[in-house]
Design a protein around this ligand. Structure first.
Ligand code: ZOZ
Ligand code: NAD
Length: 709
């Protein structure tokens, strides 16, 4: 039939199987293969209907995203739209029943919508996740979906990108029947039931499209919500426009409008950035010196040392994936407090409808509090999350070395300490690794996995795989101060302080960066985590700063007067009992006084300068990290920033963003800041080199292996 589509018969029903591993994407040849199959059955007297199903682990996960990259980069110029093929499927004279397992996403769901009936395995998921790639459904999805599920539900699916479970989709009329057990057998039986009956065409329906009076408030509310929730982004609004077109226009004209909006999104920088992140996240697990066949150590139980903020969050992460956890602390009060916090967090999730009480009860049963190391011998992996001091970490790892079985993975959640120094206190440095979760660990997707000099390949491969199982974006980084994320973050928050010293209001610094797309401004982030955290790090490592480097001093002063941030009700901002921030008039007065004492001249600072100095400080440090090899690829750094630091995916991460600005331009600004502000702005050699050679970070390939220390 075609390389990707094959036909088999089950009596009077033809089974059309799409087989394009790994996810049956609609690569060139797949839609054509389906159409050829549909055309063939028209002339076969004995065939009454067909079932369309996917081979392997899933139905169709959507358009082949690589083809979008080829299109926007000019590698292919032909039309890759599949609307005509879907019309041919819909016009079949014999009913086509789609049988969905795994996922029917994007173009996959659009194919399903063009078929006449949809049945699904109970655990299947269906969705229009295109907005995660900065685009909108592009093959009539915005026109057929509201016809099947109604305008409001279609907007929700297309603008949030969140998939539905098959059982939910069945309630909304998107799935005609869910099937327990053998999906193909159920689909064939269903096809026999509908064979010979009038064939429903989705595009001919209008019964769920509503009236202009009913729809007007729905669209107005959706647009207002999208503007608020997806600041600066174009695709969510475009998706809503396209659905509105479905309600106003005949199907064909609606599709033309959809295509216009689709192209506008696809060729935008936002979509290119989001597609970069999609592939960067999938490149991250590929470690050049760790072969795919590296043995994986089974991790069926985890022991956590320290039941504080991080230990508790990590326990929830493990329990949520069904892994039993032992949670140890030093005294009963700390342990009770830790367990109490976990319960409180789960209660909030139940209240918000994220989890059911039964689910939570099951999770709590998986977490066993303890004050002793007695049961550690059985643990496959330990995650240490005690206070951040080297002597304590060394003491704990010494104990772990004594009590844990041979081959157990011993990991630390340290954010600043040297993994090799910790590993050296054990007799098995090959089993020691950093597992740097971010706070709150049960929410944040990022996990930096820190390889020590002697960490074994199987320990690294296991932790990378475990990250995926835990639902985290696990990025392997080298063992340098601050690892990757925090090493870049330090110059960034330092620059935010310098901007305030030079005359920008704290609110202006945060607003410029939030308007630009960051989830939070740097000063508000400081208040959230506690200004004392960076204070301690600054004090501890001041001796390592470059000679003559400018030192920020405002936050030190705030900390010294007890303004530690949210937890004290005051930092850069003041906070009410609900921790809501507001401007504190005391802060500009203090700043003025301190800056005057320091003799720094104040001036007007534009939001453009705020953004350039903050973002280029990330980029310049990122370039050093990349060149030194502590990150394997620019895309790894971008993955870290998008998943752990609230960096907008539609700007692609700091390194991708710098590439889009142009490295020559970025370099020139950094060189100018160097002249104006001194040694901290010394351009990274890699930035300078790529700027002069016309290169990009994303295409930069290191020749040497990943740096480990
Ligand atoms: O892979 C997960 C997933 O979510 N995939 C993307 C789903 C998606 O975003 N679909 C929408 C695509 S855009 C679209 O469909 C537009 C549209 O309306 C079509 C109309 C065309 C009109 C054109 C007009 C000009 C999934 C949940 C499916 C599976 O997750 P897993 O964790 O099991 O696996 P992954 O994510 O590690 O993926 C395995 C390998 O598959 C590659 N891949 C996944 N989806 C792809 C895709 N490659 C191309 N296209 C896709 N849609 C992925 O990169 C990975 O590859 P390797 O090489 O790293 O193994
Ligand atoms: P925390 O103060 O909330 O918790 C530390 C816990 O460890 C306390 O409950 C304490 O009683 C317990 N503890 C101390 N010594 C112990 C011992 N010998 N045995 C067992 N328990 C012991 O600290 P945290 O914020 O959860 O940080 C823990 C680690 O995670 C630190 O290394 C920190 O740098 C790192 N980290 C923290 C964050 C964050 O935002 N809080 C983010 C990433 C990483």
């Amino acid at each position: 039939m075609s390389d990707f589509v094959r036909l088999t018969k089950q009596g009077d029903i033809t089974v059309i199987t799409i087989d394009n591993p790994p996810v049956n994407a609609l690569s060139p040849g797949v839609p054509e293969g389906i159409v050829a199959a549909v055309e063939q059955i028209q002339n076969e007297q004995s065939v009454k209907a067909a079932v369309l199903i996917g081979a392997g682990r899933t139905f169709v996960a959507g358009a082949d995203i690589k083809e979008f990259v080829k299109l926007t980069s000019g590698q292919r110029g032909d039309d890759i739209g599949i609307l005509p093929q879907l019309l041919k499927i819909e016009d079949s004279g014999k009913p086509i029943v789609v049988a969905i397992h795994g996922n029917a996403l994007g173009g996959g769901l659009e194919v399903a919508q063009a078929c006449h009936y949809r049945v699904a395995a109970v655990d299947a998921r269906v969705g229009q996740p295109e907005v995660n790639l900065g685009i909108i459904p592009g093959a009539g999805g915005t026109q057929r979906l509201p016809r099947l599920v109604g305008v409001e539900r279609a907007i929700d699916m297309c603008a949030t990108g969140k998939p539905l479970k098959a059982t939910e989709a069945a309630q909304f009329g998107l799935i005609d029947r869910t099937i327990e057990g053998d999906l193909l057998a159920g689909a064939v039986a269903f096809a026999r039931e509908v064979a010979g009956k009038p064939i429903p065409k989705t595009r001919e329906r209008r019964d769920k499209l509503g009236t202009p009076e009913q729809n007007a408030p729905i669209f107005a509310a959706a647009r207002e919500n999208a503007r608020k929730k997806y600041r600066n982004q174009i695709c969510q609004l475009a998706a809503i426009d396209a659905i509105e077109a479905a309600t106003r226009l005949p199907f064909e004209e609606g599709c033309e409008e959809e295509r216009r909006l689709f192209d506008k999104c696809l060729y935008s920088n936002q979509s290119k950035a989001q597609i970069h992140i999609f592939f960067a996240e999938r490149e991250v697990p590929k470690i050049p010196d760790i072969p795919k066949e590296t043995p994986i150590i089974p991790v069926n139980s985890v022991a956590i040392v320290g039941a504080g903020t991080m230990g508790g969050g990590i326990a929830m992460v493990c329990a949520n994936t069904g892994v039993p956890v032992i949670l140890k602390d030093t005294d009963q009060a700390a342990l009770d407090h830790g367990i109490g916090t976990i319960k409180k967090n789960y209660d909030i999730s139940v209240k918000r409808g994220r989890f059911t009480q039964d689910y939570v009860d099951e999770r709590m049963k998986l977490i066993r509090p303890t004050l002793s190391y007695d049961d550690f011998a059985g643990a496959d992996m330990v995650i240490e999350a005690v206070f951040e001091t080297m002597p304590l970490k060394k003491q704990v790892f010494g104990e772990l070395d004594r009590v844990c079985k041979k081959g157990a993975i011993l990991s630390s959640n340290t954010s600043t300490l040297n993994i090799d120094e910790i590993a050296a206190t054990t007799s098995r440095p090959e089993s020691v690794i950093g597992m740097h979760f971010f706070s709150p660990a049960n929410v944040m997707r990022l996990l930096e996995i820190v390889r020590g000099r002697r960490t074994s390949q199987d320990v690294i491969a296991t932790c990378m795989q475990l990250a995926k199982k835990l639902g985290k974006a696990g990025v392997l980084v080298g063992n340098c101060r601050g690892f990757v994320g925090n090493r870049m973050f330090l110059p960034y928050i330092r620059e935010a302080q310098f901007l305030v010293e030079e005359g920008a209001a704290p609110e202006a610094v945060d607003k410029a960066l939030v308007d630009w797309g960051l989830a939070m401004g740097p000063l508000a982030v400081g208040d959230l985590g506690g200004l004392d955290v960076a204070y301690r790090i600054r004090k501890e490592y001041r001796h390592l700063e470059k000679p003559g480097a400018r030192q920020p001093f405002l936050e030190d002063r705030l900390v010294e007067m007890g303004r530690l941030g949210q937890k004290m009700g005051a930092g850069w901002y003041k906070y009410d009992a609900e921790r809501r921030a507001s401007s504190d008039p005391e802060v500009p007065a203090l700043v003025k006084k301190w800056v005057g004492e320091w003799g720094i001249a104040q001036r007007q600072i534009s939001s453009d300068e705020i953004v350039e100095r903050a973002i280029y400080s990330l980029v310049n440090e990122g370039a050093r990290i990349l060149e030194e090899g502590y990150a394997l690829r620019a895309g790894d750094i971008d993955t870290i920033y998008v998943n752990g630091y609230g960096f907008p995916a539609y700007r692609g991460g700091p390194m991708w963003y710098a590439d889009t600005v142009g490295l020559k331009k970025v370099y020139e600004r950094v060189a100018e800041f160097h002249r104006q502000h001194g040694v901290l702005w010394e351009p990274a050699p890699l930035l300078k080199e790529l700027a002069s050679s016309g290169g990009t970070f994303v295409n930069f390939q290191r020749v040497a292996a990943q740096a480990t220390d």
